[in-house]
Design a binder for this molecule. Sequence first.
Ligand code: NAD
Length: 364
Amino acid sequence: MRVAVPKETDAGERRVALVPDAAGRLASSGFTIAVERGAGAAAGFADGEYGTAGAEVVDRGELLHGADAVVRVGRPSPAEVAELQPGAVLIGFLSPLTDPEGIERLAASGVVAFAMESIPRITRAQSMDALSSQSTVAGYKAAILAADRLPRLFPLLMTAAGTVAPAKVLVLGAGVAGLQAIATARRLGAVVSGFDVRPAVREQVESLGAVFLDLGVEGAETAGGYAVELDAEQQARQQAALEERIPDFDVVITTALIPGRPAPRLIPAAAVERMRPGSVIVDLAAEAGGNCELTEPGAEVNRSGIVLIGLTDLPSRMAYHASQLYSRNVSALLQHLAPGGELALDFEDEITAGACVSRGQASA
Ligand code: NAD
């Protein structure tokens, strides 16, 4: 199987779908890997490293010619889709729940597409779970950004010049990103509280040395471990409880998401207005509309002295390790779909069927 790795095309995307090490492993297990010149540069991987690892480094014009599979981070442009041969495999974050047109375009071109977001969250597929690997990076970066923007120190310091009280950090939504944000803020010395609507999370929050904030709101959990959306009455209660508690915190990191739905509104504008000047909110749900009413997705803004970070590209800002982890996820999926480099799609298999968003000619 010939696998092409394009240079990402979304503005500001620094990650690459396969790093040299992963490309080398695939090359030695039966795949031919062709990497677009410069594809890894923004993540810190030089063309020469790919060559040494056993991949071909090619110009854009030659990349897709004869490719049996294309692995990328973000969605391909319509022009790139048009270049793919029918039956070619495409792997990437394809936004199947929010970009139905893009998926239709792939189906119409006969592309067999696998969305990294759609990999089932089952034990057997853990090595392919790119949502988790990238959320881990985002949670870490969120805590680091908050520490950087806050005009206060995170840790307790006792110095000859006086004692500095530790920063108080609240993390809303304690899934993969939230737990990593809690762990990172704790390592920096902050006093951390966490909240999630899934009751099972309390123990995980506490095991990281954080306090579970009791807001008197509890939601249900799906069989897959995701939160069920709160009803209107519960949402209003959560907002009111948060409005009261939020002014106590210097930093709020929000990560609350419901798959395929707009992000739950947790922090009303009134709660932001009650925070101390210099406080920081990092809204990791910005891409889905944001957990905070005042978040501007993709931007960092200052509202009456409160810094609101709605950046949507945090994994890309840690491109080296985000790419390394993503590569492992992509490699595991490739090995699953094409053991030893021979495509063998089994749509009876839970992972293959679950991740596939366009069966191309196979569905005809
Ligand atoms: P996510 O990104 O969809 O959501 C983030 C968090 O927001 C979740 O913990 C959710 O409960 C929470 N949330 C939703 N609405 C909220 C609200 N109104 N207020 C506060 N919090 C709210 O979730 P995720 O991080 O992708 O993970 C969700 C679950 O999946 C976790 O239980 C995780 O352990 C599980 N998981 C399992 C596997 C596996 O078994 N392979 C892999 C990864 C994650």
